[in-house]
Design a protein around this ligand. Structure first.
Ligand code: PLP
Length: 411
């Protein structure tokens, strides 16, 4: 009997697949260093202004269901925040609150995808994009972030892929083009010119653009971030953001989708997503009131994010320097978010897959990383660089000596 659905095979998360091994090693007394999850509160306690706002929301009695697509106070605060930051002209009606971008991705894919339809993704992709796309019957048109061009989008490659779909009469089967900026796993902040070209291509072929900007305030090394909100004026698009990273509150489970244009696709999608929100009644209500307050507390937020950003810049650059000592790795320095995505020479180290390597590293050195194939790119590893430098030192020194040892063994 097929009790479990066929599609459920796509309900996988490579970020957490080795948690069982890590737990077992810990129960045996091993000091496991887990650099697999991008969870800022593990190393940066959620700031006081956020905690206070949450406690206040509870004390004020915001403990019942809220409006399905988000409480008015938060939808207004999100619109004001984006308008101020990026010169957009959103109103509360353009915003839908979700339980994290994770839920937004489920809603969007469920609302848009029929079997045999497509989303344009770029490799390496954030792991949830592919699982959600496939869970709802979609397929990926896989384009590339180009390592040779600092992981910026290869726009020629993008246009060729879309032209091919057009020539095959399938352009209307493409439901969206989904970007991550700044990127997880590469830490790339897309150049404005490249972003403009992508939006241009999407506009020429009538593609709906979705921009996941969850790390938009974690930018460093002198990089400059451009939001799709700034350049897609008049072009159908959605922006995803939330409390998890910039506000250091992953556990609030709070995301926001902004769909500001008034064309037919934007309006029907926004309305449909509000219906999806109603199906699950409401998202976390005290967190929404807390977030509305936090978005209004620009001073406390600026201080908190400035501290986190400086620390992350220092930690990431330090980790990149140490990884640079390893001749089996190749690393492009990130300028945003807090991930490092390194190419690893599996052959020289005697491993046939990246999974074999990350599992062996965990079992031999008690360091937990994520295999690149989880992001669509075998032969890479992702290292979360949120931990303090002494922990990063220990973990990367272990990785480096692990590589030396295995290279020698291979001969
Ligand atoms: C690019 C990207 N989008 C979305 C998410 C998930 O965000 P949320 O906590 O809002 O569900 C993450 C989490 O790591 C992410 O890296």
């Amino acid at each position: 009997m097929d009790f479990i659905s066929k599609r459920s095979k796509y309900a996988v998360n490579p970020l957490r697949e080795d948690d069982g091994i890590a737990r077992k090693l810990r129960s045996e007394g091993k000091n496991v260093i887990s650099l697999n999850i991008g969870d800022p509160p593990r190393y940066f306690p959620t700031p006081k202004y956020m905690i206070d706002a949450f406690v206040e929301a509870l004390k004020e009695g915001h403990t019942g269901y809220g409006q399905a697509d988000g409480v008015l106070e938060l939808r207004e605060a999100v619109a004001v925040h984006y308008n101020r930051a990026y010169g957009s002209k959103m109103t509360e009606n353009d915003v839908i609150i979700t339980q994290g971008i994770s839920e937004a991705l489920m809603f969007i894919n469920s609302a848009l995808m029929n079997p045999g339809e497509y989303g344009v993704l770029f490799r390496p992709y954030y792991v949830q994009y592919i699982s959600n796309l496939k869970l709802f019957g979609g397929n990926a048109i896989m384009c590339n972030y180009d390592e040779k061009n600092n992981w910026n989008v290869d726009t020629d490659d993008l246009e060729t892929a879309i032209k091919k779909m057009k020539a095959a009469g399938k352009i209307n089967k493409i439901k969206y083009l989904l970007l991550t900026n700044p990127n997880n796993p590469t830490g790339t902040v897309l150049e404005r010119g490249i972003l403009e070209k992508i939006v241009d291509i999407a506009n020429n072929y009538g593609l709906f653009v979705i921009s996941d900007e969850i790390y938009d305030e974690i930018i460093y090394n002198g990089a400059r971030f451009t939001s799709v909100a700034e350049i897609a004026k008049g072009i159908p698009h959605a922006i995803l953001n939330g409390a998890s990273k910039n506000f250091d509150a992953t556990g609030f489970r709070l995301g926001y989708m902004m769909i500001p244009e008034k064309d037919e696709k934007s309006v029907t999608l926004r309305n449909k997503l509000a219906e999806y929100a109603a199906v699950r009644l409401s998202s976390n209500v005290p967190a929404q009131y807390a977030m509305a307050k936090a978005l209004g507390n620009a001073e406390a937020h600026s201080a908190a994010i400035a501290h986190m950003k400086t620390e992350i810049e220092d930690r990431v650059n330090h980790a990149v320097k140490l990884l640079g000592k390893n001749p089996y790795l190749r690393t492009i320095r990130p300028n945003g978010a807090f991930y490092i995505f390194s190419h690893i020479d599996l052959e020289a180290l005697g491993f046939s897959t990246d999974k074999e390597l990350t599992d062996t590293l965990l079992n031999e050195e008690y360091v937990q990383l994520v295999r690149g194939s989880g992001f669509g790119m075998p032969s890479y590893i992702r290292i979360v660089s949120l931990a303090p430098k002494d922990i990063l030192d220990t973990a990367i020194n272990k990785l480096n000596s692990f590589c030396e040892r295995h290279a020698k063994k291979r001969g």
